[in-house]
Design a protein around this ligand. Structure first.
Ligand SMILES: NC(=O)c1ccc[n+]([C@@H]2O[C@H](COP(=O)([O-])OP(=O)(O)OC[C@H]3O[C@@H](n4cnc5c(N)ncnc54)[C@H](OP(=O)(O)O)[C@@H]3O)[C@@H](O)[C@H]2O)c1
Length: 233
């Protein structure tokens, strides 16, 4: 059955590849972008009514609520919400003595609070979805058990917080039969991952789309890798 899907951070990187992949499969997609739609305009020309471009800044409640208003005019349900928007601060890769810790709160707002802001605002549409799923694109960098890094305080801490947010959301939404996942996509060649990364983001989107389809059990592990294997918190 064709699905209705919202993707945040859809202007580029993994979010853009999710939009492309779900459209190729004949689904209807709402693509959230901030101020630059990037390659989405070309997809709109190709897919027409199957794709709606919606301004959606996950760091800004008013922007998220405006996006809900816009999408409510177009559909009464969402089957999948993919929170792909994510950032590092400018000094994330600097050592502690140099990194600007004052940037941590903004990164936390985008990476950890953003997906919850989206889930909260879109909940009425998600509750109307068919076997609905909220997919938060997390990172193994948010695993405290696995952590070996000495930098990226802003990013790693925000992803650990996103994992907790995903667990709380999963607890809360179990009664509604809404699945919540926190997914480590793998190291991808995007603006964030850089040119030396292992994985192509489009191939990752193809793989993850199949993985999400295969997950039907609400009691499945929440924090998983791109094979669906559990990652320790
Ligand atoms: N790349 C990797 O190797 C890797 C590994 C593990 C996890 N991840 C996670 O995967 C997700 C996608 O990463 P990526 O590699 O595709 O990153 P990317 O290429 O840097 O793209 C980031 C996307 O997030 C959007 N974004 C940033 N701030 C936003 C905001 N406030 N509201 C809405 N959208 C916003 C950007 O929009 P603009 O174009 O407007 O800036 C862009 O579309 C992220 O959550 C990231 O943490 C990535």
């Amino acid at each position: 059955m064709k699905k209705e899907i919202l993707v945040t951070g859809a202007s580029r990187g993994l979010g853009f590849c999710f939009v492309k992949r779900y459209l190729e499969e004949g689904n209807r997609v709402f693509a959230g972008y901030r101020n630059n739609a990037g390659g989405l305009k070309a997809l709109k020309q190709e897919y027409g009514a199957l794709l709606d471009l919606v301004v959606l800044d996950v760091a800004d409640t008013a922007s998220v609520e405006a996006a809900v208003g816009e999408i409510k005019e177009l559909t009464n349900h969402l089957d999948i919400v993919i929170n792909s928007a994510g950032i590092h601060s400018d000094t994330s890769f600097e050592i502690l003595e140099i990194t600007n810790l004052d940037d941590c709160s903004f990164v936390y707002n985008v990476n950890a609070v953003g997906p919850l802001r989206v889930a909260k605002a879109f909940l009425p549409l998600i509750r109307n979805g068919n076997a609905p799923k909220i997919i938060n694109i997390s990172s193994e960098s948010g695993s405290i058990t696995w952590s070996g890094r000495v930098k990226e305080f802003d990013y790693c801490m925000s992803k650990a917080a996103l994992n907790m947010g995903s667990k709380l959301l999963s607890n809360y939404l179990k009664e509604d039969k809404i699945s919540v996942l926190a997914v480590q996509p793998g190291w991808m060649r995007t603006d964030m991952g850089g040119p030396n990364a292992d994985l192509d983001p489009y191939e990752t989107a193809v793989k993850l789309e199949k993985l999400f389809q295969s997950i039907k059990d609400l009691d499945t592990p929440i924090f998983i890798d791109n094979e669906g294997q559990s990652i320790p918190w």
